[in-house]
Design a protein around this ligand. Structure first.
Ligand SMILES: [Zn+2]
Ligand SMILES: [Zn+2]
Length: 279
């Protein structure tokens, strides 16, 4: 018996996973799913569209329950930079927690030759994060799926999309009811869970986005303040070092001149930085 309503809280997420384990489902990767076609299984997939932090929280929950899933990361997310220092640290957390990494691609970015560019992006991301990537998933399939035939290793290719029951929490809407209702109705399931929609208290999507925006505003403001401090300090250091440089340059120049001129120059010629500072 489930304790909570079918909300998007972490406690209900744990309940869903526990129920699946009790019902003898095994959690497998996309690759394992191809090799074990007859067992009762769930391919658990996460598209990380907005926040790596949210996704790591979910990765921890699954790890504590002994569950492995696949996190599909974006190179072109509008909300995070996969290549920045903090993101690369978080990506390592997924790996440490035993999860698989997939690539979440956006056809709007790939341009006119997606079949050519996609493998290049996958190879690039894999080499930067230092983790092999063998599976991909299209971002916004509702709007983009008609434009491109999914490659074989895509979560939307027939072998994963048609042969498994596809269940998704997209837009915080379960099309056919919560994942917990699908258990035991279908032996093989591909479950797409977006980490951004889940929280401690099961917040509404509007509240989640508002909180996320506030967090990003604060973070951006702090980064600008830090950059301002850096520029201020660097400018002061530059002026000091220019002064020292000009002093040594100036004294060298004076020493190389005839001694009759040294006295004149040392009294009359101001240092370059002094001239600049007067302007
Ligand atoms: Zn439920
Ligand atoms: Zn997506």
């Amino acid at each position: 018996m489930l304790k909570s309503s079918h909300d998007f809280s972490y406690s209900h997420y744990r309940e869903i996973l526990s129920k699946a384990l009790k019902e003898d489902y095994s959690f497998v990767t996309f690759d394992q799913c191809k090799r074990l076609p007859r067992t009762k299984q769930i391919v658990l997939r996460h598209d990380v569209d907005v926040s790596l932090d949210h996704a790591v929280k979910m990765a921890q929950i699954e790890h504590h329950m002994g569950i492995k899933s696949t996190y599909f990361l974006m190179l072109h997310s509008r909300f995070y930079n996969l290549l920045d220092e903090k993101s690369l640290e978080l990506v390592q957390r997924f790996v440490e927690l035993g999860h698989e990494i997939g690539y979440h691609y956006d056809l709007e970015i790939l341009g006119r030759k997606p079949a050519k560019i996609l493998p290049i992006e996958v190879a690039f991301v894999s080499s930067v994060i230092g983790v092999p990537i063998s599976v991909v998933a299209l971002h916004n399939p509702t709007f983009q799926r008609q434009r491109f035939k999914s490659p074989k290793n895509d979560a939307y290719s027939d072998q994963f999309f048609r042969r498994l029951k596809y269940v998704s929490d997209s837009l915080q809407l379960w099309r056919e009811g919560c994942l917990c209702h699908q258990l035991n109705r279908h032996p093989r399931i591909q479950a797409l869970i977006h980490p951004i929609w889940w929280s401690n208290s099961g917040k509404h999507w509007r509240e989640i986005l508002r909180d996320r925006k506030n967090q990003e505003d604060r973070s951006l403001s702090n980064r600008f303040k830090a950059y301002e401090r850096f520029i201020g300090t660097s400018r002061r250091l530059r002026v000091t070092s220019d002064n020292k440089f000009n002093v040594s340059l100036s004294s060298n120049r004076i020493q190389s001149k005839p001694s009759c001129l040294k006295r004149v120059l040392s009294k009359s010629e101001p240092l370059r930085s002094e001239r600049e500072m007067r302007v």
